[in-house]
Design a binder for this molecule. Structure first.
Ligand code: SF4
Ligand code: SF4
Length: 379
């Protein structure tokens, strides 16, 4: 297979937040120190070498990009301050933008102004669209799904999921095509017949229980309690979001089955409501800690924050906090004046988050499991 050299890849990667990788002299200390790098998945040295040599195709067809959890141990050990951890993060953003044919991911990751204006405009448009069908609000109690008909909200959610799913599948197809077309020289051949079940199990436990993040990529130098460690903050944020998504879908399912109409008053211990409350608390906890650490630069892994970090975290935090506050407001004796406007903001931000999944930091929920699966199949 021919090898093309792309001289522009280096300045391109810098637009995505890569530091000066030209300082790297390929010593390999970073790969030796990385707790997740092994013979079958050698990084970050190999990734930075690809960038130095202009091997764009090799970089984009490396599932190893998605193995990294950004612990920054490699950066701490690098003798030339080449900051391989930041390079890996930038390379993932670059990969997301390269797999996306619409160019939206590229603009969202490289232009702070565009990202800000686009997200605010998208949220505003979604809120205005919902408001265009609103009915007179009940002033005594909060009746969100009388204010905006539940059918309308559900249908909008289904359309958002369909658009997101289609964009994600196109990106995944592009990634898998590249990985299959250009296996790393010397890598064991991946085969579906051998080890697919073990790979599914390994990736499943990794994705859902953060096994490698927790055990192998632990903050060795930290003396933090478990609830403050990086793996748990990521775990709380991920399960908080999934729990809220699950509660929303269950609520919709109960309506379809005729068990309960969306918006019907229920006690706080009603299972779906309880799931939403716990998930909301987990999401708020996780995103608040992540935001505070980025603001204070208190973690070695949060020293460099990019537009896509802030866009994603801010939207998650706003969706979590507004949802949680609205849920508590349902139990107030009188309806607060801010209830309906906050509802519009909450639903619009949640829909925008879903729509933007394949175009930003959130895209790792698709790419990482597939990449880990490919690596597992290679043994
Ligand atoms: S990034 Fe640093 S540690 Fe890694 S190979 Fe280059 S110089 Fe060595
Ligand atoms: S940031 Fe951590 S997981 Fe990622 S390459 Fe460096 S040492 Fe490995």
């Amino acid at each position: 297979m021919s090898t093309r050299v792309d001289r522009n890849i280096y300045p391109e990667l810098q637009r995505f937040g890569a530091t000066d990788i030209s300082a790297c002299f390929n010593c390999g200390v970073c790969s030796a120190i990385c707790p997740l790098s092994a013979d079958g998945a050698s990084f970050p040295r190999r990734m930075s070498r690809y960038a130095q040599l202009g091997l764009r195709d090799q970089l984009l067809s490396s599932p190893e990009l998605w193995s990294c959890y950004g612990c920054s141990e490699c950066t701490e050990s690098c003798p030339t301050q080449a900051d391989p951890a930041s390079f890996m993060a930038a390379a993932r953003r670059y990969a997301v933008a390269s797999y996306d044919r619409t160019h939206l991911a590229y603009l969202l990751a490289t232009s702070r102004v565009f990202a800000g204006v686009f997200v605010v405009a998208l949220v505003g448009l979604l809120a205005a669209f919902m408001y265009s069908v609103h009915r007179p609000a009940d002033g005594s109690t909060l009746a969100f799904f009388e204010f905006i008909p539940s059918d309308f909200v559900h249908n909008l959610g289904v359309v958002a999921m369909a658009v997101m799913g289609t964009a994600a599948l196109i990106g995944l197809f592009e990634m898998v095509r590249r990985v299959l077309r250009r296996p790393r020289p010397g890598a064991p051949k991946a085969t579906l017949r051998k080890g697919a079940d073990a790979a599914v199990y390994a990736v499943g436990t990794e994705a859902l229980a953060q096994t490698r993040f927790r055990k192998d990529c632990a903050d060795a130098t930290e003396s933090r309690p478990w609830y403050s460690q990086r793996w748990f903050i990521h775990f709380a944020t991920m399960w908080g979001f999934l729990g809220l998504l699950g509660a929303t879908m269950l609520d919709y399912g109960l309506e379809l089955l005729g068990v309960k109409a969306t918006g019907t008053a229920v006690p706080i211990w009603y299972p779906v409501r309880l799931l939403g409350t716990l998930a909301g608390a987990a999401l708020i906890y996780g995103t608040t800690v992540l935001i505070v650490r980025r603001l204070r630069k208190s973690d070695r892994s949060s020293l460099h924050s990019t537009t896509s970090d802030w866009t994603f975290l801010t939207m998650l935090w706003v969706a979590g906090v507004t949802g949680f506050v609205l849920e508590l407001a349902l139990y107030l004796p009188t309806a607060p004046a801010w209830g309906y406007p906050m509802f519009l903001v909450h639903v619009a931000v949640a829909m925008a988050l879903v729509l933007l999944v394949p175009f930003g930091k959130f895209a790792h929920v698709f790419y990482r499991p597939v990449a880990l699966f490919a690596l597992r199949l290679r043994g």
